[in-house]
Design a protein around this ligand. Sequence first.
Ligand code: C5P
Length: 400
Amino acid sequence: MLKGKKIIIGITGSIAAYKIPSLIRAFIKDGAEVKIVATKNSLEFVTKITLETLSKNKVYHDVFDKDNDYTTEHISLAEWGDLLLIAPASANIIGKYANGIADDVLSTFMLAFDRKVFIAPAMNTGMYKSFPVQKNMKYLEENGVSFIAPGYGELACGTVGDGRMEEPEKIATIVSTYLNRGQDLKDKKVLVTAGPTQESIDPVRFISNHSSGLMGFEVARNCAERGALVTLIAGPVNLTITMPNIQRINVVTAEQMRTACLEHFDANDITVMAAAVADYTSEVVAAKKLKKQPERLSIKFIKTPDILAELGKKKRSDQILVGFALETDNELENAKLKVRNKNLDFIVLNSLRDKGAGFKHLTNKISIINKNLLLKVFEIKPKSKVAVDIVNEIVATYKK
Ligand code: C5P
């Protein structure tokens, strides 16, 4: 049911625009209100009158349209919608959005819109796979935009491949599932750590690990999408995230991560320690670059503080604490010990033995072990979906 939900559909110039009337009908039938922002080219493929009749609203297609009550009306629309769906989305609109270009009614409106955006691309396979389009999509995805991947099939240009806009029924299902998702973490405060730490040896070298930070970022994003106020403490990673309810704090070393965690822990209801914190740091950081040694170089490492264990000691009964473990052997036994020893509500175990799981992969395969040592095993899936499983477990734990 979409009763009370307000959906804005942005249409761009692609043959798939002819499918948008059935998408509008699906949304309206389900109880939603729909408004349309259409590029000039899109109206070559679907008529304004069809869109207006089905949506029961006027179509915004020109910044200076004489039918607009005022010239910034398309900007005020940004306050109205719960969600913006760009379908079909051309390479052009994806490129403009990723680069902040506002040269027509839709691209201008998109920059003013700060809620959830879904994009359903439709274009020729070569264009879709081209590096600029892939780069733009990756950048938008990292910033919270969700893509509805195009399907494989015959394209208007006569070739067969990826690039066909997903069918309207499927798009409608994805959007309504999103709109019907619970704000089950509304106003909850969540602290998430992500990424590796770097421990300097001398002014030019450090030891670190292969963590990309993606798992922690996806957990932070999912918590924020579910209404939480998130503090994300990130080690050095190559990721960006901009959501109004995520505050990001960048750190480099384990000691800096500890200081930031201790500062924020008490104020948070839920803490998820997804960071791969270095276990050792160099006892001394040489003031000058260490000279090459003839055979061996010995560096003394000392243990870093175990932040998670420290937080486990401070944890109040109204707080939830989640740890991560990555093991190469005896994983279950070790993970069970950690749940108990570090006073966790549950631990997320990923094993390097599973193909496609752990560092650097976009997918992960996890098991969750709770404080009663109950084990749940999950399928391999994209880290964005793994994050949903983890956050579902947090919500279930919270409700107990
Ligand atoms: O004991 P182990 O290092 O395997 O535990 C991993 C968990 O502990 C992760 O949640 C990680 O964020 C956390 N950790 C920590 N401080 C350390 C090492 C790990 O908080 N020095």
